[in-house]
Write a protein that binds this ligand. Structure first.
Ligand SMILES: [Zn+2]
Length: 390
């Protein structure tokens, strides 16, 4: 006996075919985002590129493993660690680390750079948010594309989340997804979940390489109080305070806050408590992560111009000065990070004569003048030994 497919049955089949077609198209995007890498050209002074799995072997072969770049001048001096990509949806942090590692010169002491602390978080977008997957930076050799990642590690790499995340070793209870947040899992543990192991590895670098100052680069919403700010551990607070005053005097406005003692898992607290390093976190204004903005486009990420945020600023609802004529371009945010790091390093040297390092890289003024692409090198014509896929 045969049965005819009725009109409603046909509609169901068509809807199913359409849903599968849309899922097929989307899956190509998801796959591409997960497996495409970003290309960087390290500066000539590179002495070593090591993987984080050297410090935590269980990370080998996982999306938690990430490159660590060493620039050793060979002259005895202080060691500074610069960390980008803690939150991959704050791209000026990792882009500033790229500009740094492509242009750094070290005459005395040593620089260590981790451009993508949460590599797993670069392999997915903000889940539930229709963010563009990419943003673009113009260079004189073409357009360089970089990823907008997530705040947390990809659930494909770290799953399931606990019902409540109990931070180790404080036992403070945090929201469940923060078990995948690099800035909630320090000091980490060697046999923990993926990001706890990543954090343990970064801690181990700080301890075993005797890092004198460790800097964690971030971006924050313009309507979030902790923006345009250093957040410093107790021992680094005077240095960050002086740096904020000197930057604010004649270059760009920068606040300074003390790392709260009861807020656990964060770099500016645990790096300083679980090692001898001077821990400092930096935030730039990133309109892309403000909830009230209009279309979430790649241009909003790079130019930061938004009329709704402008209206909010006119009503005194933003924590920093903002207007949509200037916006908050990525060259401004990268420049702030690069000079923010140089300034706090200078104050470390002024306040502690035993910690001396001679480093240079592009400054805020140079970024504002020439933009980010000027400082990114063409991987096609570069020495292949200096080209890395991250
Ligand atoms: Zn952040």
């Amino acid at each position: 006996m045969t049965q005819k497919i009725g009109k409603s049955g046909l509609t169901k089949i068509l809807v199913l075919v359409l849903a599968l077609a849309l899922a097929g198209v989307a899956s190509i995007d998801f796959y591409t985002h997960r497996h495409t890498k970003e290309t960087v050209v390290a500066a000539e002074g590179l002495t070593e590129m090591r993987m984080l799995s050297e410090w935590v072997p269980s990370l080998k072969g996982t999306f938690g493993d990430t490159p660590v770049f060493f620039y050793d001048s060979g002259v005895e001096g202080a060691t500074v660690l610069y960390v980008g990509g803690t939150h991959p949806y704050e791209p000026a942090a990792s882009l500033s680390a790229y500009v740094l590692l492509e242009n750094v010169k070290v005459e005395k002491g040593r620089m260590i750079i981790i451009p993508q602390a949460n590599r797993s978080g670069t392999t997915t977008g903000m889940l539930g948010n229709a963010y563009p997957t990419w943003y673009e930076v113009e260079t004189d050799w073409g357009t360089a594309k970089f990823k907008n990642g997530d705040r947390w590690a990809n659930p494909l790499d770290s799953w399931p989340d606990p019902f409540t995340y109990v931070h180790y070793p404080s036992n403070v209870q945090l929201t469940y997804q923060d078990i995948r947040n690099v800035n909630r899992c320090y000091p980490g543990r060697e046999d923990g979940m993926l990001i706890e192991r990543v954090c343990y590895g970064i801690m181990e670098i700080i301890r075993s390489e005797n890092v004198d100052m460790a800097i964690d680069a971030h971006e924050a919403a313009v309507m979030y109080p902790v923006v345009e700010t250093y957040v410093a551990h107790d021992r680094a607070l005077d240095m960050a305070m002086m740096a904020s005053m000197s930057l604010s005097a004649d270059r760009f406005y920068m606040k300074c806050e003390a790392s709260p003692k009861n807020l656990r898992g964060l770099s500016h607290r645990e790096w300083g408590d679980f090692s001898d390093t001077l821990a400092v976190l930096m935030e730039t204004p990133q309109p892309f992560t403000d909830w009230i903005v209009g279309p979430m486009t790649p241009t909003l990420q790079t130019e930061g111009k938004d009329e709704f945020l402008n209206t909010a600023a006119e009503h005194g609802l933003t924590y920093v000065a903002y207007n949509d004529e200037f916006g908050s371009p990525i060259r401004y945010r990268v420049g702030r990070h690069l000079s923010g790091a140089l300034e706090v390093i200078n104050w470390m040297m002024t306040m502690d004569p035993t910690k001396q390092i001679e480093v240079s890289w592009p400054t805020y003024e140079e970024l504002m003048d020439k933009d980010c692409g000027y400082f990114l090198h063409n991987p096609e014509t570069a020495d292949p030994a200096l080209v890395f896929e991250i």
